[in-house]
Write a protein that binds this ligand. Sequence first.
Ligand code: PDD
Length: 277
Amino acid sequence: MVYLNGEFIPKEQAQVSVMDRGFLFGDGVYEVIPVYSGKIFRLDEHLERLQNSLNSVQINNPYSPQQWREILHELLGFSSESSQSLYLQISRGADVSRKHSFDTLSPTVFIESSPLTPKTKTELEIGYRAMSQPDFRWQRCDIKSTSLLANIMYSQQAKQNQVEEVILHRDQLITEGATSNVFIVKDNVLFTHPTGNHILSGITRDLVLESAKHCHLSINESALTLTELLSADEVWISSSTREVMPIVQVDNQLINNGVIGKHWPQVYDYYQGLKHV
Ligand code: PDD
């Protein structure tokens, strides 16, 4: 079952107009929210980021936080999976003709839930490979927009090169991954690009920073260069679906001789604890 504009219906029956601006322009915003043991993880933070995205593009939020909560829980009730990933998207809605500018429309709200199976610690401990690319995205990466053409191009490149993620750099500075935030550990300091318009302010990013603090890492929210990343002690990526994942090779360079570092297991364990508080 999916949720579409006020109704819970089978996915095959869910249809939107060809004049929907989400279809024509990618004119919409979205969220991906993990659900663990039936509990929506950090819902308030996700709803707040959703509101920020909506404000940035002048789409009215059709629901109050309480209404969102009720709709999401009702949708979750249709599945017996205890861990799920909620995808919710709001497009500006359908107009009568195609034009770039917009009038006030009735937003299209679509929500679906799919099973979420995060990788186990044993699987993650092997470490993953990534590649680097110049960040050619626009300058409003803080908006969680459904216009994801650049991210799609990078993700396809990752798939074709059989790596987990593409790590992006703008003017030599590491921004984030195509679908994740990036962390670099060097000499017991955790570096990550500051929030702002060049990255998406990841909900998992905040949780990784919180976990790292408890694991006695110093935090420095400033961007490092690709050269610095390649000589780091540890590199991690984070997202709601990946949690915190160690990267042991970027391009042809092994990180920490290709083995995960000492901080990742501690941060990983702390993060797992946060899921069940
Ligand atoms: N993407 N940066 C980008 C560009 C992302 O697409 C994502 C997540 C993140 C991490 O954000 P969070 O920790 O809130 O998931 C950072 C989601 C998972 C997606 O597009 O499917």
